[in-house]
Design a protein around this ligand. Structure first.
Ligand SMILES: *Cc1c(COP(=O)(O)O)cnc(C)c1O
Length: 395
């Protein structure tokens, strides 16, 4: 790999993401962008209206460092309502600049240089960068797609155990999982909890897709497995739940000493953010259960449309249990099995853009994701229908 001038050694290799390349390609070719995962439809009016009304008021100024009390209370109620612990809004909840800042602040706060972080891959792209910024070392464990094409992604418990060395400090989990759409089962969470307790690992669990779970699967948080509360930080975000990915309002919940450590790092990253959005997210988190059930139902329908279209286009799909994303195996239509080459050619072949799953793997395990490609389905009915039609005519 070529060295980027000026970039510190910690960040070498994190130059530019393939998301930028693919989004630019979508614009340049007039393609439908099913690469980056953001919705093209608005959030609920009950939430948007509160933000609009808050602009021009005291909410435009610095909110309190930990977040406005109203939002911290709403997070506490919401987490408890959906099966998490009863966290103290004053000592155990911190509002952050999206889940991304919560994750990075936690890694900066909790890791000593050389500390190891055990995590699954493919993985969300900010994890490796956050670990690197904190001077930590990633110990990735591969998730493998189902051999027959149906069924869940799985990991090998022996591979997981082998990744935990005496330098291991933290387990970083993402469930529901991007990019695979996997929801970790109770049994898998039990395995992870036992490992964390045996090796005294802290746990950071990214649950930004907690509500985007489809029929037949159920989200559960590692924090509620017995013995895990005191060592686990749970990360959430408004972006995916309320279709406001640009607002960057997230939160982190956990025992007071852990949250206090994260707050110390967070106050020197952004200090605070999203003044007028904080009361709006509080209102969103207090919406009735039907809102949350409704977004899952709606997205499940979009999933079905895309999965059917991809299958009809000759692309075998691993059907996701949750999230915005479906993964395909490109080998039937790309004989060399190169997912990156497939994505670079797809605008020309079909007028659609997707993201090669290989970018979510470390170089060590990149071969496992070489033939896989991720498509987003958080798009309006007309856009999805047009994308499916174009894929059906793929050259
Ligand atoms: C989108 C996403 C995030 C980022 O959330 P923000 O609130 O926008 O920072 C974090 N983790 C995963 C797995 C995501 O898909």
């Amino acid at each position: 790999m070529t060295r980027a001038p000026y970039l510190s050694s910690r960040l070498q290799g994190f130059g530019t993401t393939v998301f930028a390349e693919m989004s630019a390609l979508a614009v340049a070719t007039g393609s439908i962008n099913l690469g980056q995962g953001f919705p093209d439809y608005p959030g609920p009016p009950e939430v948007l209206d509160v933000a609009r009304a808050a602009i021009g008021t005291a909410h435009d100024q610095y909110p309190p460092g930990p977040g406005i009390p109203e939002l911290r209370s709403a997070v506490a109620e919401h987490v408890h309502r959906f099966g998490g612990h009863a966290y103290d809004p004053d000592a155990e909840i911190l509002v952050t600049a999206g889940a991304t800042e919560a994750l990075t602040a936690a890694l900066l706060a909790l890791l000593e240089p050389g500390d190891e972080v055990v995590l699954f891959e493919p993985m969300y792209d900010s994890y490796a960068a956050g670990i690197a910024m904190a001077g930590g070392v990633a110990r990735p464990v591969p998730l493998r797609p189902p051999a027959s094409g149906t069924g869940p992604w799985t990991f090998d418990p022996a591979e997981l155990r082998a990744a935990v060395t005496p330098r291991a400090r933290l387990l970083l989990l993402n469930t529901p999982h991007n990019p695979t759409g996997k929801v970790f089962t109770r049994a898998e969470l039990g395995t992870l909890a036992a490992l964390a307790m045996e090796h005294e690992l802290l746990v950071l669990t990214d649950e930004v897709y907690e509500h985007l779970v489809f029929t037949g699967s159920r989200h559960a948080t590692l924090a509620t497995v017995p013995g895990m509360r005191e060592r686990t930080l749970v990360v959430g975000s408004a972006g995916k739940t309320f279709n406001v990915t640009g607002w960057k309002v997230g939160w982190i919940c956990g025992p007071a000493p852990l949250v206090s450590a994260v707050r110390t790092a967070k106050q020197f990253l952004t200090y605070v953010n999203g003044g007028p959005f904080q009361p709006a997210v509080a209102a969103g988190l207090r919406l009735p259960g039907e809102y949350f059930a409704g977004i899952a139902r709606d997205l499940e329908h979009r999933r079905d449309v895309l999965v059917e279209g991809l299958t009809a286009a000759g692309l075998p799909v691993v059907c996701p249990e949750a999230t915005y994303f479906a993964t395909v195996d490109v080998r039937p239509v790309q004989p060399d099995g190169d997912g990156l080459a497939f994505c670079r050619a797809l605008p020309e072949r079909a007028g659609v853009v997707a993201v090669p799953t290989v970018v979510f793997y470390s170089s060590e395990h990149a071969h496992l994701g070489r033939h896989l490609v991720r498509f987003a389905f958080c798009k309006s009915d007309a856009v999805l229908a047009e994308a499916v039609e174009r894929l059906g005519r793929m050259g």
